[in-house]
Ligand binder design. Structure first.
Ligand SMILES: [Zn+2]
Length: 118
């Protein structure tokens, strides 16, 4: 079920092929995110004065981003949904997510929510 958050009466439906991500893939993605953010934090060691703030902040932010990345349990390869507000077709790019999936319509900039229905 697809719903515009500002106009709750308009609803459309779509069918998406969703896969449950294995723990190994989630750990691999979280480690990649952690490595990138910590790499930037290590590079900040060479910035005088600011390294006192940037390095600890980078370590902290890297942990938060990695945890958030690990918490994403589902994946979608690609899909297409119809905007309930303007009827435009929206292409969903490959991504990891949790329900509800939030999208922004590129045509009308509507704030859309995709929810799982029975
Ligand atoms: Zn739209």
């Amino acid at each position: 079920m697809i719903r515009d958050r500002n106009d709750l009466d308009k609803v459309t439906t779509a069918t998406l092929m969703v896969r449950v991500l294995p723990v190994s893939a989630r750990v691999k993605h979280a480690a990649k995110v952690l490595g990138i953010v910590w790499g930037v934090a290590v590079a900040c060691v060479f910035i005088p004065v600011f390294h006192f703030v940037l390095v600890p902040l980078g370590i902290l932010v890297g942990g938060v981003f990695a945890f958030h990345s690990f918490a994403l349990r589902l994946g979608v390869n690609e899909g297409e949904v119809v905007c309930p507000r303007c009827s435009a077709r929206l292409r969903i790019e490959p991504r990891e997510f949790n329900w509800p999936l939030r999208l922004v319509c590129k045509s009308c900039h509507g704030d859309l929510t995709l929810q799982l229905t029975n």
